[in-house]
Structure formats: structure tokens, C-alpha cells
Design a protein around this ligand. Structure first.
Ligand SMILES: C[S@@+](CC[C@H](N)C(=O)[O-])C[C@H]1O[C@@H](n2cnc3c(N)ncnc32)[C@H](O)[C@@H]1O
Length: 284
């Protein structure tokens, strides 16, 4: 069930559109659940010991089509709440979760900037969302607030390491052209880029584990991944230290980071029982 915010001012939040929810919403409806998505989930959540999912209540921030909430329930987690700011994505997530799991997962319209839970979840996670936001720090602080003391916060972020060519070559073109084109045009163009990428991969280009993963995908899935990289207005690439600091400065301790496919960072931290002073705390 999709629940709308009772406070209409939530919808007037000034900065949610920078996270490209409408453009991702268009992308979600083209997606199907694939086995490779489970493999991706395992990599994206590698910073969390897998046994922690069992019986854990969870918050999925920027749930998109709901696939990550679904995999979390399949690892024994639940009940959960899945939030996003795109109506289409939420409808999609609601359908998938109703059809594929009996674990209660409530699907809600809620921005990462205005999470209204406090000390509520065992695990708050956000996969592939924070690096598209205008204010990643605020989103992570809100996730920490929503987590129980002793609970975990987990994010998956694009890595800067090994992605220099994206930052220097692809990112400027995405920012200046692809992210401004009508979404249907970007969608069509992504086929062309995906065909080139598919040919390069199968001719032997790319030696990283992520390239091996891509070689296993169909052209259609490769097109989807290419499209997702072309459409957002914001795409931030974090070095390990920056990724860890994002969580540390939100007051988390015991930070663990795993270099997923040598291209991205799965990072987790524990919410302390007593709050630690954070970089954002006001001076006494
Ligand atoms: C790249 S998609 C990732 C979706 C999902 N986590 C997944 O892995 O399939 C980014 C998602 O973040 C959502 N989003 C963007 N800004 C947001 C915000 N301020 N609060 C919550 N979700 C947001 C978008 O609507 C979109 O569904």
C-alpha cells in the first residue's frame, strides 16, 4: 500500500528533484527482476555481516522498484519500510513486494531529507541513491536518526577509484547533455552506447570484476545499466576515505567499507548507544 504524507509541506521540499526521481521512475518501469540483481545486492551490502539481516527490521531509503527490500526479506529481514519520492516507483515496489514476499514491507512516499522515524529500525540502508542527492549528508543523518542505538546504517556509493574516465569524460557529457535531454531520447541513445559497450566487453576490454559481471548480462540489461548512468542530474563518485567520512560525520562508529567490484563502496556503521559528537553538531 502506498501511503501519502499527511503533511503536504513534505512535497514542497525544495531539493528532492535534484535526485532525478522522475527520471529514475521512468527507468524503473523498464526493469525486470533478474538473478543478477541478487548478485548485485550481495555486493552492495557486503559491508554488513549477512547474518545480521535475520529478523532485522529495516528501512530502505530510495527503494525504487523495491528489489532491494525484496532481497532483504529473502535474507530473513523484516518487517520493513520502503520509501521513495517517485509515485511510479512506489506503485511498482508495492506490486513487487505484495507479489513476491509475505513479510510485511510498507511502501511509503517519504523523502530521505524528511525521514520521520526515530530509533526505530535495526538496519537503515540506501543502495545507489545517496550519490545522486544534492545533500547526501542530510540524508545519511536522517538514516542514523531512524536507526535504533546499536543498529546499522548501510550505504552503497559509486567509487572514485578506477572510475576516473567516468568522472573526467562521461560525467561532463551526462551533466551537460544526457541529463537534460527528454528522458525518451536518452533512453533511445542508451541503446547505441550499450551496443558499443557490449562489443568492447566481448572483445576483451575491461579486467575488473565488474566487467566480468557485465559480460554475463544480456544486451538489454547492459542497456538498462547504461541508461541509469546517463539519466541523473547528479552523480557523485566517492574515494574510500570520503565514503567512510560520510558515515563517521553522521555520528556512526565501527565503520566498515568494502570495495565492491573494485568500482564502488559498500559502507556500514553502527549507531552508538550514546550519541557521539558529529561534525555537524553545534558548538556548546
Ligand atoms: C538509482 S535509483 C535506485 C533505486 C533502488 N535503491 C535500487 O537499487 O533499485 C535512485 C532512487 O532514489 C530515489 N530518490 C531520489 N531522490 C530521493 C529522495 N530525496 N528521497 C528518497 N528517494 C529519492 C529515486 O526516485 C530513485 O528511485
Amino acid at each position: 500500500m502506498t501511503i501519502h504524507p499527511s503533511d503536504p509541506s513534505q512535497r514542497a521540499a525544495p531539493d528532492i528533484h535534484a535526485g532525478s526521481p522522475d527520471r529514475f521512475g521512468y527507468s524503473h518501469v523498464l526493469k525486470k527482476l533478474l538473478d543478477i540483481h541478487v548478485e548485485q545486492f550481495n555486493g552492495w551490502t557486503a559491508a554488513l555481516p549477512p547474518e545480521l539481516w535475520k529478523g532485522a527490521s529495516f528501512l530502505d531509503v530510495g527503494c525504487g522498484m523495491g528489489r532491494n527490500s525484496l532481497w532483504a526479506t529473502q535474507k530473513g529481514a523484516g518487517p520493513g519500510v520502503a520509501i521513495d519520492v517517485d509515485e511510479g516507483a512506489l506503485a511498482f515496489a508495492g506490486d513487487i513486494l505484495r507479489a513476491k514476499t509475505e513479510v510485511p514491507v510498507e511502501v511509503r512516499w517519504m523523502s530521505a531529507y524528511q525521514i520521520d522515524f526515530q530509533d526505530h529500525f535495526d538496519i537503515a540502508f540506501s543502495l545507489g541513491v545517496i550519490h545522486h542527492l544534492e545533500n547526501p549528508e542530510l540524508a545519511v543523518q536522517n538514516m542514523v536518526k531512524a536507526t535504533k542505538p546499536g543498529g546499522r546504517v548501510l550505504v552503497w556509493l559509486y567509487g572514485r577509484e578506477n572510475n576516473g574516465w567516468i568522472v573526467h569524460l562521461f560525467n561532463p557529457v551526462r551533466r551537460l547533455i544526457f541529463s537534460r535531454l527528454p528522458i525518451r531520447v536518452t533512453d533511445h541513445l542508451s541503446w547505441g552506447l550499450a551496443v558499443v559497450l557490449w562489443a568492447m566487453l566481448h572483445l576483451g576490454w575491461g579486467r575488473l570484476p565488474y566487467h566480468d559481471l557485465l559480460r554475463k548480462t544480456t544486451l538489454r540489461h547492459l542497456k538498462q545499466i547504461t541508461f541509469d548512468h546517463m539519466l541523473p542530474q547528479i552523480a557523485l563518485y566517492y574515494r574510500r576515505e570520503e565514503a567512510e567520512n560520510l558515515l563517521r560525520q553522521a555520528g556512526l562508529t565501527d565503520i566498515v567499507s568494502v570495495w565492491t567490484n573494485r568500482m564502488s563502496w559498500s559502507v556500514s556503521g553502527i549507531k552508538p548507544q550514546t550519541p557521539t559528537p558529529t561534525a555537524t553538531s553545534s558548538a556548546p
